[in-house]
Design a protein around this ligand. Structure first.
Ligand code: ASP
Ligand code: MG
Length: 427
């Protein structure tokens, strides 16, 4: 008997029919002789609707209350799902994150899981129940207040529970048949990736591939918990995310790792340029200390050589667009002290990234990528790389063209269209 943890995203339980369909899948897994723990997200766009509602009441709602509100979305779907399973003649019990033992730190809206103590889940499983757990939420160890893990956090709940319960597999269901070489909405000929290593998936998630939450992949890597990403709308095999050592033995015997796994893109960043920074020791340190104090996560950073005539330089960096105004305000406060000339803010940008462990041992990947982007007539504004990734910042209107040209340049296109988007939200 295996222990299976399944996570269903909002698009899989968008309405009553969706809930019933998912219930059938869960019961089939149980009937096949498995213990089943299910993590569920809020129905459809519920979380967005709740955020909208809160914004109508208050421009800046207290974090504690916003978390209390948002976790209600998952409570709705978990209870309905348990009812649907009961209707099919099986026992199911729903649990909030707190009841399931998901213990977090106290930072509302982006809490980190610090422990999982799933005693109640264990007992319910031992009694033959199917367990349904509300995703994306926990309880703060110190304040005992309800917390949320950040948007898309149900994936992380699923992996954390799977690790704590020592599950055999963690299946993450969405509305696409796995992870593709690019977003099928931009590249219809994108190919399903049969399996991908944790490190490549981490880069993909960090670069905007929304199919898996970044924290969930970090967690899975830390606990070496294999994830099977697949669609709840089909029976097809999806993508296995697992340790790279195992990555050679694939389900259909594909042997060699491709050089490039995929192309990711991200529309959520903005770029700030600090213009005319005096070229003195410690200026960059001060600027980035100010941003760090404001708790802003930076992505790319570029500093130009200072102009000999002026002794000044420009520093540009990218950051989540949602932090843009906070960062501008924090920097403006120290303008006199640092003595820079001005700040420029640009949120009409996008990031396109090429990811593949094979680029470590294959020279020429960068040249081929930049050639393809140039042929598409797209200008590159910033560049950053890691061992297994090359990212470029382009104008937001050029994102699609850059993704398409990169995808074609590395022969990632499928022979026939295989990407089906069943739902519509990609989650
Ligand atoms: N319902 C939450 C969200 O929309 C959590 C999740 O879907 O994973 O972000
Ligand atoms: Mg959701």
């Amino acid at each position: 008997m295996a222990l299976v943890v399944q996570k269903y995203g909002g698009s899989s339980v968008a309405d009553a029919d969706g809930v019933k369909r998912v219930a059938q899948r869960i019961v089939a897994t149980k009937k096949a002789g498995n213990d089943v723990v299910v993590v569920v997200s809020a129905m459809g766009d519920t979380t967005d609707e709740l955020i909208d509602l809160a914004e109508q009441i208050s421009p800046l709602p207290p974090g504690r209350e916003l978390d209390m509100l948002l976790t209600a979305g998952e409570r709705i779907s978990m209870a309905l799902l348990a009812m649907a399973i009961a209707n099919l003649g099986h026992e199911a019990r729903s649990f909030t994150g707190s009841q399931a033992g998901v213990i977090t730190d106290g930072s509302h809206g982006k809490a980190r899981i610090i422990d999982v103590t799933p005693g109640r889940i264990r007992s319910a499983l031992d009694e033959g129940s199917i367990c349904i757990v509300a995703g994306f939420q926990g309880v703060s160890q110190d304040s005992k207040d309800i917390t949320t893990l950040g948007r898309g956090g149900s994936d992380t709940t699923a992996v954390a529970l799977a690790a704590a319960l020592n599950a055999d597999v963690c299946e993450i269901y969405s509305d696409v048949d796995g992870i593709f070489t690019a977003d099928p909405r931009i590249v219809p000929s994108a190919r399903r990736i049969p399996q991908i290593s944790f490190e490549e998936m981490l880069e993909m998630a960090a670069c905007g591939a929304k199919i898996l939450h970044l924290r969930c992949v970090e967690y899975a890597r830390r606990y070496n918990m294999p994830i099977h990403v697949r669609s709840s709308f089909s029976q097809r095999v999806g993508t296995w995310v697992r340790d790279s050592i195992e990555a050679t033995d694939t389900e259909d015997g594909e042997m060699e790792q491709a050089i490039i796994s995929g192309v990711a893109h991200d529309r959520s960043e903005a770029k700030i340029t600090v213009v005319g920074v005096p070229d003195k020791v410690g200026e960059a340190a001060t600027i980035f200390q100010v941003l760090s104090d404001a708790e802003i996560n930076l992505d790319m950073i570029v500093q130009n050589v200072s102009a000999a005539a002026t002794g000044r330089t420009d520093i540009s960096f990218t950051l989540p667009r949602t932090d843009g105004q906070t960062a501008m305000a924090a920097l403006n406060k120290v303008k006199e002290r640092i003595g820079f000339e001005s700040l420029r803010y640009d949120d009409r940008i996008g990031k396109v990234s090429l990811i593949g462990a094979g680029m470590r041992s294959h020279p020429g990947v960068t040249a081929r990528l930049f050639g393809a982007i140039a042929n598409a007539g797209v200008n590159i504004e910033m560049i950053s790389t890691s061992e297994i990734r090359i990212s470029v910042i382009v104008d937001q209107d050029d994102i699609d063209a850059a993704v398409q040209s990169a995808h074609a340049a590395f022969d990632l296109d499928a022979d026939q269209v295989e990407a089906v988007v069943y739902g519509g939200t990609g989650r």
